[in-house]
Design a protein around this ligand. Structure first.
Ligand SMILES: [Zn+2]
Length: 260
């Protein structure tokens, strides 16, 4: 009798150990980290205009920072395969907004989940309510970002658009670093610019609501969305933003490129 109990306990312990091993194996970033090679540079040149506009020295720094990002943040495909292009584009989206901040680390991010397409509020990948292409997690999803592969790639493939889903989500994450996702990235912005930035955000949100702006109307949802949407515009079409909104362009330069 005692032997049977011992056997059952032993079997249970062995099962637990096996389960732990298989789970930890699954969560390893399988071969995620590979140093940047020539074929990766070709992909960056093909898809990432921000990279193309850097000089050779800064391109090399950009590559190092992509490598570092891929060493520290896991990218996991959910019902989709994570290809090298996806790794490079997600890492680029993370580095582009904070490229001027040499020691920046995403302390609030452990993993990016890549879904094949858009999803709904409950993270369902099917149905008619799939309005989301990206999200920065909260609660049980703390330190996790979810991106739609399709929209994430489109942000880079279509170089004329003012949209870039992954940059949008990374800007939310930067905004969140000071504890509040409120459109004021206190870790980046100089104190003297906070008030002018608040005023400019309010003026532009008003203009969007009145239908007198070329900024994505989603930016009028609140200050946090305005900051994320206008940052996409800033990094995707800086020339156009400068022409249409010189004041916004000037303040965004103070926020993202204070050392240039
Ligand atoms: Zn958003």
């Amino acid at each position: 009798m005692i032997e049977t109990v011992v056997m059952i306990i032993l079997a249970f312990v062995v099962a637990l150990v096996l389960l732990y091993i298989s789970l930890s194996y699954r969560r390893k970033p399988a071969k995620q980290f590979q140093p940047i090679q020539e074929k990766d540079r070709n992909l960056l040149q093909q898809y990432v205009s921000f990279y193309n506009e850097l000089d050779k020295q800064k391109q090399s720094e950009f590559e190092n920072r992509i490598e570092h990002f891929l060493c520290t943040v896991r990218i996991t495909g959910i019902n989709t395969k994570v290809e090298r292009l996806d790794q490079l584009l997600i890492a680029s989206s993370a580095i582009i907004p904070i490229f001027s901040f040499h020691n920046w680390q995403y302390m609030n991010l452990n993993e990016v989940l890549l879904y094949p397409g858009s999803f709904d509020e409950m993270f369902n990948q099917e149905g008619d309510e799939r309005t989301r292409a990206g999200i920065v997690g909260d609660g049980p999803y703390q330190n996790i970002m979810i991106l739609s592969k399709q929209e994430m790639r489109e942000g880079f493939i279509n170089s004329d658009s003012k949209h870039n889903t992954a940059i949008h989500e990374f800007v939310h994450l930067i905004d969140k670093t000071d504890g509040a996702v409120d459109g004021i990235p206190e870790t980046l912005i100089g104190k003297q610019y906070v008030l002018p930035w608040l005023n400019l955000m309010q003026q532009n949100i008003q203009r969007i609501r009145e239908g007198e702006s070329d900024i994505n109307p989603y930016g009028a949802t609140n200050q946090a969305e305005f900051f994320a949407v206008v940052s996409e515009y800033f990094f995707e079409r800086p020339d156009l933003l400068k022409e249409n909104h010189p004041q916004l362009f000037g303040l965004l330069e103070q926020i993202f490129k204070p050392n240039y």
